[in-house]
Design a protein. Structure first.
Length: 163
């Protein structure tokens, strides 16, 4: 799948089959996150891959809008050192992971981390060092659904020269 097709067809998937995702694919997806742009090349991110079903259930219970994480075979916690642009850098890495998952034929969904009341508990659960921030949780798996969402047309959002 080429990059433009990946960008135009990625959707938030919240239902997954039980099929395991091969470790090599997970590593490739996280490697794509590692290669995201970052302010001043600081690269403050760390990635924790969770595949243990019990740990996935515990993460799901803690979140408010991520209950479906319990049914995913993989969840990537995107963490960042507390730098000036941690959120921008971690968000760029998150988007790369979402797109890489799609390129591999997998579904994924961005579950919020930053500013959520559960960040401390999730950080503790995944063993994050003190001072790291949770940017996102990304469940990944083979999709058991094909969500279609209507996006605003380009003509509604594109402005030339000024708004």
């Amino acid at each position: 799948m080429d990059a433009i097709e990946v960008l135009k067809t990625r959707r938030s998937v919240r239902a997954y089959t039980r099929a395991p995702v091969p470790r090599k694919i997970i590593e490739d997806i996280v490697d794509c996150g590692r290669l995201a742009p970052t302010a001043n090349n600081v690269q403050p991110w760390e990635f924790v891959v969770v595949t243990d079903p019990e740990r996935l259930r515990r993460i799901a219970v803690i979140t408010d809008y991520g209950k479906f994480i319990a049914d995913a075979p993989v969840c990537v916690a995107v963490l960042s050192r507390d730098t000036k642009y941690y959120l921008e850098d971690g968000s760029a890495a998150t988007e790369n992971i979402l797109l890489a998952a799609r390129a591999h034929g997998l579904g994924s969904c961005w579950v919020a981390g930053d500013k959520k009341p559960y960040v401390t508990e999730i950080c503790r659960l995944v063993g994050a060092p003190r001072g790291h921030k949770l940017v996102s949780l990304i469940p990944i798996g083979y999709p058991a659904e094909s969500p279609e969402k209507t996006k605003r047309p380009l003509s509604d959002v594109l402005h030339w020269e000024k708004y």
